[in-house]
Design a protein. Structure first.
Lengths: 378, 378
């Protein structure tokens, strides 16, 4: 293993361990002080070592978004896992296998899925622990918590012979589209309000339906929420371990809280632009917070890492597969072979393009951890 | 291995082998009939089996865009490889190692890189075969072929003790931004014109500088070029093996020529939208040909694969990490668990998210081939 950041072949994914440890500790403290369980979403990092740090800091379990994540974390000894994407029938068998190793909860929001899962669970003689996905305004997935259908679906789960109704789960992903800290706070309030009200309605409908888990989730809303209402039992932030330029633009963290960055090399110097070796396969084509910052480009080039400043004259203007195009304003003294450190627009998608994190303290590389980005396609 | 497409867990990457064989044969025939060598860019597929098909059909070598691609194809017996991204000093050593196994050419466009490579080649006693990258209007990388600096840089390479000047290389990547077939044709003409003129200027400067390789590139320009001028020695298309929705929108292929698609599952059904399990990690966030089709979304959902028709009422409107959001116009009868087949906006970036291709003939899965998307980060 290379000993110094400057010796790594680029593009390379770097994790600043001291900063990340702070992020992990701060979120665990917030959960603890507010009396909620912390179930971090590991889709951001897909890394056993980081998951173990989160567990050691006090996480009671983890959240995953693919069967492969469930499997590799189960194999690594994680016992309490929520698979937080609406379950599809093609995944029933693989999830059933993973449940032999671990206490896994699955997510549903549609009566047809519940019916198919009910059949499968009886035929395979397997008990499935089921959460009901709730739409808290994100309008991606989830039942309308104000509807009769939502109560009926919870009842249908609870009545099924081999399904256990464990509770309700929401994700305020629309917080990423907010235009101000105040708007994130309003979304955070609404997410809690709607879940508390729905939990009460379920209990009022039938005491069997009182949800043991009332889970909320996004990094922006839990970062900015000042407290959590009593009925909320757990939070599921993911991005907070790394943060990224989107979180900075939203106002939910500062530049110095970003712990994941990419080291790139300058491979071309021209009169009006630079080219780096960090293209779309190194940064992802996530456009980032364009609703907040017109110049968000495809990530930001760091000027001074310890001060947390950005190179204002350098904009990553477009990406092709292995080339990053950097528009230049003003003077610079960069030449081929020089290194740039880039903070991504969206850490989760950028991390998904690497096989390892190089764990760094200042300029030293102290470890190398695997990123489990493979697919389960056997 | 699963026997039928419908048995595969989604998202899964499918390659229609009969259609792909046609694309491979047609391009090989075009190169042969026009008297140019074919050096396909394997960054599109990153797959040994597909590279071997291209070689068998007549390719004289391959083009790669990362050291890992160079390494895995070299290990698989490919002998003639061009690494077509401007070389950076951090990759000198690894390229030198790979050159022990294969005849590799590297690309430069900057005198500083040439100086550093000259030093490295003498210190390591290794001969590097060098191509000069030419800007043919793409304005990404490359020297200005009309400049004195370009001639001087070629001279500097030729004079270096351990560098061998092999020729010139261009890539008309700006063809992807064209607004019509006519515009792609004009770009194709210009790419050839500028290379032929520069080759002559090099020979006029010094007969030692006459380029043995005069290489041009992009799939759109070589698909639409009616012929190749005599001085052009090779073409390097990559995307043509798969094609994608961008090529269709450009008018460089038809829907039935797209050979790579993604099978997704419906995981949510709501009044105004669907959700699938093909998110940003399954399709990539490439926006595709937005300059040509406002509704290009993040890929297109197929209505009838054999007819090559698209579901006009279903638009992949946004992607989060593992969720694909589909806006619905009009009626549909889809329910959770139903399968959708999606053609990507940009095959190269989508393929880079999978570990295997499932090779299919109609509904049968006949093979499974590895995609070498890993990074060389030892």
């Amino acid at each position: 293993m290379k000993e110094r950041v400057s010796d790594l072949m680029s593009p390379a994914g770097l994790v600043d361990i001291e900063r990340m440890d702070c992020n992990i500790r701060d979120m665990a403290t917030k959960a603890d002080e507010n009396g909620v369980l912390l179930r971090p979403h590991v889709k951001t990092h897909k890394c056993i070592e980081i998951g173990k740090k989160q567990e050691k800091a006090g996480a009671t379990g983890i959240t995953v978004s693919t069967p492969l994540e469930a499997l590799v974390f189960a194999d690594a000894g994680f016992k309490d896992i929520t698979y937080a994407v609406p379950l599809a029938p093609d995944k029933f068998s693989v999830i059933q296998e993973i449940m032999k190793k671990t206490n896994l909860k699955v997510l549903v929001d549609n009566p047809i899925t519940v019916e198919l899962l009910d059949n499968f669970s009886r035929e395979s003689n397997t008990e499935f622990r089921v959460l009901l996905k709730v739409n808290c305004g994100n309008n991606r997935a989830g039942v309308d918590p104000k509807s009769q259908q939502a109560l009926r679906l919870a009842g249908k789960i609870a009545q099924a012979q081999k399904l256990e109704f464990k509770g309700i789960l929401a994700h305020a992903g629309h917080s990423y589209a907010a235009r101000s800290v105040e708007e994130v706070r309003r979304i955070a309030d609404y997410e809690q309000e709607i879940m508390v009200t729905f939990a009460k309605a379920l209990k009022a409908e039938n005491t069997d339906l009182e949800p043991r888990t009332v889970s909320i989730g996004s990094t922006p809303t839990v970062q900015l929420a000042e407290s959590f209402r009593e009925a909320i039992t757990e939070i599921r932030p993911g991005n907070y371990v790394f943060n990224d330029y989107t979180q900075v633009a939203l106002g939910t963290c500062e530049l110095k809280d970003i712990t994941f960055s990419i080291q790139a090399s300058v491979i071309g110097v021209y009169s009006d632009r630079l080219v780096t070796d960090a293209g779309a396969t190194a940064l992802s084509k996530d456009r980032g917070p364009t609703h907040l910052r017109e110049d968000s480009g495809y990530g930001k080039i760091i000027k001074n890492y310890s001060e947390g400043s950005i190179e204002e004259g350098l904009t990553i203007s477009s990406l092709s597969q292995e080339h990053g195009n950097v528009a230049v304003e003003g003077e610079h003294h960069l030449r081929p072979g020089d290194r740039l450190r880039i903070i991504p627009n969206h850490s989760c998608l950028t991390a998904n393009l690497y096989d390892h994190y190089f764990i760094v303290k200042d300029e030293r590389v102290i470890d190398k951890w695997e990123i489990h980005r493979k697919r389960l396609d056997e």
